[in-house]
Design a protein around this ligand. Sequence first.
Ligand SMILES: Cc1cc2nc3c(=O)[nH]c(=O)nc-3n(C[C@H](O)[C@H](O)[C@H](O)COP(=O)(O)OP(=O)(O)OC[C@H]3O[C@@H](n4cnc5c(N)ncnc54)[C@H](O)[C@@H]3O)c2cc1C
Length: 297
Amino acid sequence: MTDDAVAAVGSIEHKAFESPVYDVMGGSSRWDVKIHEHGLIALVDVMPRLVPEGQTADSAIVQAARVSYGEGTKRVNEDRGLIRYLLRHRHTTPFEMIEFKFHVVMPIFVARQWIRHRTANVNEYSARYSVVPDRFYVPTVENVRAQSTSNRQGGDELVDVGTAQAFLDYLNKCQDQYAHYEQLLEKGVSREQARAGLPVNVYTEWYWKCDLHNTLHFLSLRMDAHAQQEIRDYANAMYALIKPIVPVTAEAFEDYRLGGVHLSRLELDSLRSGKPMDTTNKRERAEWESKRAKMGL
Ligand SMILES: Cc1cc2nc3c(=O)[nH]c(=O)nc-3n(C[C@H](O)[C@H](O)[C@H](O)COP(=O)(O)OP(=O)(O)OC[C@H]3O[C@@H](n4cnc5c(N)ncnc54)[C@H](O)[C@@H]3O)c2cc1C
């Protein structure tokens, strides 16, 4: 745009906030949570960062939903009701008006699960440009899970100490690859090729920016008991970081999403008739049993 073109648009009018504002992160540059020995999730920025005193970032949802400005604090209860209504009825776009930016340091096997959430903006450490640091995820000996017999994707009970130690020995051997990696870099092999021999428990890091709606979607999937424990540890920390920023939405999320139960038609039929679920699918029956247990039936 030329200067003339800018001038044709007109002048920019700067408007002050109508009431005193405060920083939703309390003036901090970042809020860090350490995860495992080398990992980290840090909240580094929020939009909106400044909100009228007495309100929370939740106010941006209400502002968008009402497509209006300058809401007073006297409507706090109505605002809470509106946010809860929007969340219950999956009126999602007002929740996209809030954004969070995180700095995350995690093992590559966690990053691979995380990156499947396509609605975030990501910028990752380049192992072509920089040397991969010597950091590997190794669980404690008391935290090695056995293959679950009911869920092919999961682990639940712990293995005995001897087996756990054998697993840690195996991971240590994988880490020995790092010395070879360094030697090959010294010999002049490119970083982009040398990294190919590093195991997936080596750490990577990225900045991850996501709006509240999609962050809640991420959290509902990754805080769930079906998600792998290691990514759940990050998701739980992420939730702890955002909860004080959007407490009203968090309360609704817990009430309607985390603490709620979605029922299928077959499940409703079983509930109404008092008969077993009309299916031969064992997994579906097991899922219904766990929902019934959650409902105290
Ligand atoms: C417990 C668990 C086990 C899993 N196991 C596997 C596995 O074995 N193998 C595997 O490959 N993945 C697996 N996944 C990943 C899973 O299939 C999803 O890719 C991941 O959870 C991201 O979900 P999403 O697509 O809803 O999220 P996002 O990518 O954040 O998308 C959010 C929503 O946006 C919409 N959307 C985004 N992109 C598109 C698009 N291109 N087209 C249409 N709609 C779009 C969809 O409505 C989507 O729900 C697993 C996930 C979980 C939680």
